[in-house]
Design a protein around this ligand. Structure first.
Ligand code: PLP
Length: 376
């Protein structure tokens, strides 16, 4: 018996590559053929497994990938998923010690610092090679990048660096739900890139839109879009109207491992936060906060078992939590409990109930949870 035996999995994330393909096709159809799609696979593809997701994206014709940092970039580059030449952009601005890894693995660098620019060019030149760079402009996100005027300066300097190949320029929006602020950000970005293009007579690959703006502001799609959450089956915020339908790619499941009947007034789990109002059956489910089912969900969540919804009760513990089965129930040991996904509770509602978002709960599904891939 090997550790791969499915019946040994306590918590499992079923990953539907069919749904992923569907979502890619929907996004492609939405943006049309003139716009490149960068598949965002950072954070282990939002918890879905970077290698499998990248392999699927490549099979669907995508050759641009976005990751959080050089570490993830190397994982993607050397992990074996990609069979064809691809552009991998690391979104973090590197520290000096990381530059040689960009060069060695031919990873595209986010550039927003003049010293890093010079150091990167010098290192690449020494090896008679070039590092691809995308310049990052801060138009209001306040995370990485220089403000437009300084960015324009850096852009002009970058172009003169013998060790660098300028492959793009980009910005990131702070609020996909606020059109006024987004428009202001976009205008600043366009003004800056127009100034560069007019003066230099060159055209740059310009990109700005992630999932929200991609859907909401077609004019902001520019040369490339950077969808993340949309690939995985969710809109960045549930109220966003959308012309496309995406399907959840991950279903988070666990098992019923124990059932008991408790008396009226019995309390359940640590700190005794839940008390039985009458005698009820209680099921213990084989997932806890170490699997990414947050402790904050205690007494807030529902789970689906055999197509029916049940209330989660008491504090979520590290490895298990409990649900109230009521008095009549045919649930039995070994049944699947669906924590969220296409057959179960809505992830966005679950996240909303604890002040979180779909992104965070997807990324929280821990490495202890076995990913199982299906083609449908
Ligand atoms: C994460 C990220 C994205 C993807 O955002 P979604 O809202 O998931 O589409 C795009 N661009 C950058 C720079 C990011 O960090």
């Amino acid at each position: 018996m090997t550790i791969e035996t499915p019946s040994l999995n306590m918590a499992e994330a079923s990953i539907s590559l069919g749904h992923l393909k569907h979502n890619i096709r929907e996004i492609k159809q939405c943006v049309g053929t003139g716009v490149r799609i960068m598949g965002i696979v950072k954070a282990n593809a939002y918890g879905h497994n970077m290698q499998k997701v990248a392999e699927t994206l490549e099979a669907e014709g995508i050759s641009d990938f976005g990751v959080a940092n050089i570490h993830e970039a190397i994982e993607l580059k050397t992990g074996g998923a990609l069979k064809k030449p691809a552009n991998i952009l690391s979104f973090s601005s590197p520290i000096i010690q990381q530059i040689e890894y960009y060069l060695h693995h031919q990873i595209d660098m986010t550039l927003c610092d003049a010293n890093i620019m010079k150091a990167a060019s010098a290192i690449a030149e020494k090896h008679n090679k070039k590092i691809g760079v995308h310049l990052k402009v801060d138009t209001g996100m306040g995370r990485l990048g220089l403000p437009p005027l300084q960015a324009l300066e850096l852009l002009r300097e970058t172009e003169r660096q013998p060790g660098l190949e300028l492959k793009g320029v980009y910005t990131h929006f702070a609020e996909s739900a606020n059109d006024d602020f987004t428009r202001r950000q976009f205008k600043e970005f366009k003004t800056m890139t127009d100034a560069y293009e007019t003066a230099s007579g060159k055209t740059l690959c310009k990109h700005a839109a992630s999932s929200g703006t991609l859907l909401n502001n077609p004019e902001m799609r520019l040369d490339m879009v950077r969808p993340g959450i949309l690939l995985y089956g969710y809109k960045p915020y549930p109220a966003l109207p959308s012309s496309i339908t995406v399907r959840p790619v991950m279903q988070f499941e666990a098992k019923v491992i124990f059932i008991k009947t408790v008396a009226k007034d019995a309390t359940i789990s640590y700190n005794r936060t839940w008390k039985a109002a009458r005698p009820v059956k209680i099921a213990t489910i084989s997932a806890g906060y170490a699997d990414g089912y947050h402790r904050a969900l205690s007494n807030h969540a529902t789970v689906f078992i055999n197509g029916k919804s049940f209330q989660q009760v008491g504090t979520v513990t590290m490895d298990q939590f409990m649900v109230d089965l009521g008095t009549e129930s045919d649930v039995k040991i070994g049944d699947r409990a669906i924590l969220f996904g296409w057959e179960g509770p809505c992830l966005e509602e679950l996240a909303g109930s604890i002040g979180s978002i779909s992104y965070e709960l997807l990324c929280s599904v821990s490495s202890r949870v076995k990913r199982v891939f299906t083609d449908d």
